[in-house]
Each structure stands twice: as C-alpha cells, then as structure tokens.
Design a protein around this ligand. Structure first.
Ligand SMILES: [Zn+2]
Length: 420
C-alpha cells in the first residue's frame, strides 16, 4: 500500500459525494471532490456508495457449504441435524478446509472483513477442527479477522474445554439447552470463561418455544454474579412468543444485564421451512423482537447463522441479505438494519470502529448504489472491499451470464450468482 490512497467521488451514507483519503489503514480526512494528488494512489468510486464494512457475528464455518454433499433429511430440523451428524465427510480435514475457505471467500467478496464462527467441540467433534480454522485465520489475515468460538458440548470436562483456547479459539460458546440441567450448564460456562479469561457467546433459545426462556435466566444470573466479561446471547427466538407486558419485563432485564444479543433473522424462517422445531413444536410466535431490544438500549447485531448447510440450505453469506431480512422480519429501519450488520456488530465483537469517518479504521465496502435503501434492497453484485485501506476484493458482473468475477486477495474466483 502506498502511504496515502484517495477514494474519489464516493457517495457517503448521508448522500454527499466526496473524496475519502486513507492513510496507514485509517481514514485520514474527507474532502470535496477534486483531482487527487497524482503522486498518490487513487481509486475511482464514482457511482459507488461507501459504507463501513460489514462484520458477520454468527456463522458455523465447520458446516458451511455442506448441503449438497450431505443433503438434508426430510424430518425437519432434527432430521437436518441427523443428516449432518451422519455425514461421512463431516470432519474430513481436506473437505473442511476447502469448504471453510470457500465460505470465507464468499463473505469477503460480499464485503465482510470480520467473522465470528461458532465451532462444535467435544463429543464427536475433534480439537483438530479448531486448529484448521486457526490455520485459515492466519492464512487469510490480510483479508479478514476470524474469531473462533469453541462451542463446548455439555458434559465436556473443564480441562478438555480449556484445550480449545490453546488450539486457537478466542471465545467460549455453548448450548445450555442441550444439557439436562440448563441452569447448571450456564453457570459452569460462566465459571469456565472466567477461568480462561475469555468472553462468552451462547446459543440460547434457538427454537421459538415459550416454555424455554434461558436468556431471561442468564440476564438475572449476570446481574446477580457481577460477571465482568462480555456475554453475548445468540438467537433468543423464544422472545418472539411473548406477549407485550411479559416481553417488556424480559427486555428490561436483558438491558440491565449488559448482555449483547445476536439476532439471526433467517433461523425462524428455516424452522418454518423444515416444519418442526427441535422440541417437536411447530413454529410459533413472531420473529425475535429486535426492535424492542434495540429501543431498550440492548447492544444488538445480526448474522447469517448458516451458509448452505443441512439446517439452512439457502444462506448467501451476504450481510445485505441479512439487513434486508431485519427490515422485513425484524421491523428495523434500513439505517438500523445496516448498523446491526456493520458498526454495531464490530462493537459487540470488540473491534475498533470502521467506516468513512476521519479516524476510523479503513475497513470499507463500496457498493454500486446511490443510497443505503437501494443497496439493502437490491444487494448489487458490484462491490469493492477494503480492509485496513487495502483493496482485498473486487467483484463486477462478468460477461458470462449468471456469474460474477471476484478477486479476493491475489486469488481470482468465479462466484455463482446464487452465492451472492
Ligand atoms: Zn448458531
């Protein structure tokens, strides 16, 4: 990278057209459109909207892109889980490495510069999976940040769980509802995170079941224990089954607990597609009430969850698709929806602010659109992605119908239109 790069003629989120000057990986200043200094590098962004780069706060890279080889059992969500568990290539090292790399390339081409992936670890899922993802993180560090959450199986010994951090995990995850004692399991995971000095990101209430409200228990526990590290609750689908007075009480408790929430707007739709939830229930209630959480001041982000695997065969790995779902299913405004998949995601993930603002990290997405509403609605393929001021991906509609050409890092790849 030259010392200074000028992005010329970019449309900013507020509609102004400006030059944006980057220096040493951060945004130095914003100036009126003019001819840049010819001694400095310049990228013409005429016709592009310049946004903070998206971040993906919740993905399952170990399962990504496995739908076609694995297939999906017709028995609803439980059947999809069975299909995945029975897959002979489930933890084939070469296959996992290829799929995870390809998934990260799709995300990068779509503008993502930071990813948090959950990885099952423990019963039936070897430590090697975390090591492979750590290797990939090192390999792709120029292109994106990768945070690995080790999802400890219930019953895994504390000693075995702690090995995940030596292998490359940065956070502890878990599914307390899979334990015969969900409350005890939540307490155990808090204790373990404290001991390992890592943050916690839990799958909670991933089915819209009014009988299970683990997020409310966790909020109470956090307030009572004074746990000092960041705790994130992913899913929280049961909140969508509550009527307003009960919902207001739980949302208030969540806001008071400093718990951050990751909404996964495609998950309840996926359960509707597969017919029945994990507890044998037909989908009930509305989507997770993200707007109520946001209005109460709960730190909120949203992610894709699955990328074309047995549980969700249709994910595109595109935060603009997630933002569109947040508007449609979550009743967020377009601005709130894009913040949830970019700036707010970064904050919850512990990353410095990025975007076309002086002093911010130059992780940026330029997308061919004239407004944020158009970008979220149309999810245009033409995108240029910058990480720390360097172009890491350019995608332009190619001449071959149905394909786009994406250059990610030094690698050129043809991405099927369906992956965008
Ligand atoms: Zn998940």
């Amino acid at each position: 990278m030259t010392e200074t790069t000028t992005l010329t003629g970019a449309t900013l989120p507020d509609g102004r057209v400006r030059n944006v000057v980057l220096r040493h990986g951060t945004v130095s200043h914003i100036s009126p459109v003019g001819i840049p200094d010819p001694r400095q590098a310049a990228i013409d962004l005429t016709g592009y909207l310049l946004l903070p780069a998206p971040a993906e706060p919740h993905l399952h890279l170990d399962r990504a892109l496995s739908w076609e080889p694995v297939g999906s059992d017709a028995g609803g969500r439980d059947g999809a889980v069975r299909s995945w568990r029975a897959a002979p290539t489930r933890y084939d090292v070469g296959d996992l490495r290829r799929r995870a790399r390809a998934a990260l390339q799709v995300l990068s081409a779509n503008g993502v510069t930071s990813v948090r992936t959950h990885v099952d670890f423990g019963v039936g899922a070897p430590l090697r999976v975390i090591e492979i993802l750590r290797e990939l993180r090192e390999d792709l560090q120029r292109v994106l940040d990768l945070q690995i959450v080790a999802v400890a199986s219930p019953g895994l010994s504390d000693r075995a769980a702690l090995e995940a951090f030596a292998a490359g995990a940065a956070l502890l995850g878990g599914r307390p509802h899979s334990s015969p004692d969900p409350r005890g399991e939540t307490r155990r995971l808090l204790r373990l995170a404290d001991r390992a000095e890592v943050d916690l990101d839990l799958h909670l209430d991933d089915q819209p079941d009014h009988r299970v409200l683990a997020v409310a228990d966790l909020a109470r526990l956090l307030r009572a224990s004074g746990f000092g590290r960041q705790v994130t609750a992913s899913h929280c689908a049961s909140l969508g089954t509550l009527r307003p007075p009960a919902l207001a009480k739980v949302v208030e408790a969540i806001a008071a607990s400093r718990l951050a929430v990751v909404g996964l707007p495609s998950a309840p739709l996926t359960d509707a597609r597969t017919g029945r939830g994990a507890h044998g229930l037909a989908p009930c209630g509305g989507p997770t009430p993200l707007r109520a959480l946001l209005e109460a001041g709960v730190p909120l982000t949203a992610g894709g969850d699955h990328l074309r695997d047995a549980l969700h065969t249709m994910g595109r790995g595109d935060p603009l698709e997630v933002a569109s779902l947040l508007v449609t299913a979550g009743q967020l405004s377009v601005d709130q929806a894009y913040a949830a998949v970019s700036t707010d995601a970064r904050r919850i993930m512990g990353l410095p602010d990025a975007g076309p603002e002086p002093g911010a990290v130059a992780d940026l997405l330029a997308v061919r659109a004239s407004s944020l509403a158009e970008a979220v609605l149309a999810a245009p393929s033409d995108r240029i992605v910058l990480r720390r001021g360097r172009v890491v991906s350019r995608t332009a509609m190619g001449k071959a119908a149905g394909h786009t050409r994406a250059t990610i890092g030094r690698q050129r790849t043809r991405v099927p239109a369906g992956a965008r």
